[in-house]
Ligand binder design. Structure first.
Ligand SMILES: Cc1cc2nc3c(=O)[nH]c(=O)nc-3n(C[C@H](O)[C@H](O)[C@H](O)COP(=O)(O)OP(=O)(O)OC[C@H]3O[C@@H](n4cnc5c(N)ncnc54)[C@H](O)[C@@H]3O)c2cc1C
Length: 380
């Protein structure tokens, strides 16, 4: 059967569902969201929900600040079935050398100039925030108390979807093998069940976005990048409230609401496909050096997830020159969850023809064609 919608969104991850919600909220609810695996079945499904504003480019600071403000009021905004926990416990970045602390200074000034309350602290102040941290291993740290994490990404995404559905958005479980174009304009999408006519298509297909864009001749520079997360047993005591990160040691860890600690080793000496034992030993070694209480935990499981990374580790947002009615919100490069509310609203405004509150033109696909990349220095 041939169907019709004003707008089709391909991908029901946090990005597609956020865009659908904001479009519907702004009065455009004749939307079909299509996903081949269902809501949150892609990268979003394994995301641990970190939300930080400690970035090194203006656009990421602005987007993450706006998104943080959204997460602060998410329960009033989305009215989820049960409360979404947004825990603003901060992100703590450790600096082990003067050089690393100096290198962070421009990012710190940028964040402060945009109203993000990050501050440099000494090891004793860090210990007051995380009593278990080994103060012999670092010289200084940066701390932003309004950073945090949402528990959990699956629930957040489903809540975006549920709010969008209440406003009239339809969700379909199906694959889109082809976007249909007539006279350089979007005309619809092909699905397993037949054609859907529409004038606007939003590519929010995460790791499937490159292939989807290729069906209309748009070449996207996205590459998969595997990341491993280790999960421990549940610890009743709250021992690691802020997210603890060391860029220099390639380490990140935090305690989730249910008491589980997750940690990740990101050093360049470990490359996927990971050798499980070696990876676990390395993560444990670095983790226990920085945070000795990790000696008490048991590693229970691990998950390998994949980033959809671009050459400058920035998302690709907006339309394209060659096909009218085609928009994309892809290439999240490992930080799509924290940016999702801001991306949802700015893409919705772009489609509707409003001026977005944050100028997303620097993240247009053309930056790769014009060699105008804006590398983000604070990627984890
Ligand atoms: C290990 C790990 C840790 C992370 N930690 C964080 C974090 O702490 N904070 C943070 O902000 N981000 C984090 N991220 C990144 C974050 O999870 C992603 O950026 C975000 O979830 C991407 O959402 P998305 O909607 O773009 O993609 P997805 O969630 O992948 O959604 C895309 C959807 O499109 C569907 N699809 C694809 N092709 C088609 C097609 N042709 N037809 C129909 N459907 C299709 C897929 O089934 C999928 O459901 C992490 C990622 C990983 C891997």
């Amino acid at each position: 059967m041939r169907e019709h919608a004003e707008i089709v969104i391909v991908g029901a991850g946090v990005i597609g569902c956020s865009i659908a919600y904001f479009l519907a909220k702004k009065g455009y609810s004749d939307i079909i969201v299509i996903d081949k695996g269902g809501i949150s079945s892609g990268i979003t499904g394994i995301c641990p929900g970190g939300v930080r504003q400690q970035w090194g480019t203006e656009i990421n600071c602005l987007m993450s600040k706006a998104a943080t403000q959204f997460y602060e009021r998410i329960n009033e905004e989305l009215e989820p079935e049960h409360e979404i926990m947004f825990r603003q416990v901060g992100y703590l970045y450790l600096f082990h050398s003067e050089q690393a602390a100096q290198y962070y200074q421009p990012s710190l000034h940028l964040q402060n100039s945009l109203g993000i309350p990050t501050r440099m602290i000494n090891p004793e102040e860090a210990r007051a925030i995380v009593p278990g941290v080994n103060t012999d291993t670092f010289l200084s740290a940066s701390f932003c108390p309004t950073d945090g994490f949402a528990d959990d990404a699956y629930h957040v995404t489903n809540s975006f979807a549920a709010a969008a559905k209440r406003l009239g958005v339809r969700f379909i479980l199906d694959e889109v093998p082809q976007i249909l174009v007539e006279k350089d304009r979007v005309a619809g999408v092909q699905t397993g069940r037949g054609r859907i006519d529409c004038k606007v298509v939003v590519n929010a297909a995460g790791l499937g976005s490159k292939e989807l864009a290729a069906t209309i001749g748009v070449d996207i520079p996205i590459e998969p990048e595997v990341r491993r997360i280790l999960y421990t047993n549940r610890i009743e005591e709250r021992i690691l409230e802020p997210l603890l990160i060391s860029f220099e040691k390639g380490f990140a860890a935090k305690q989730l609401t249910d008491g589980t600690i997750y940690l990740s080793y990101l050093g360049s000496d470990m490359k996927p496909p990971y050798h499980s034992f070696n990876y676990q030993m390395k993560a444990a070694e670095v983790g226990m050096e920085l945070f000795p209480p990790l000696a008490q935990v048991e590693f229970r499981t691990h998950v390998d997830g994949t980033y959809d990374s671009t050459p400058d580790h920035q998302a690709i947002l907006g339309g394209v020159d060659e096909v009218a009615g085609y928009y994309q919100a892809i290439g999240m490069s490992g930080h799509g969850f924290m940016m999702a509310p801001a991306i949802g609203e700015t893409i919705a405004d772009t489609i509707i023809g409003n001026t977005p509150v944050i100028d997303i033109t620097p993240l247009h696909l053309n930056r790769f064609r014009q060699n105008a990349l804006i590398p983000e220095p604070r990627v984890v």
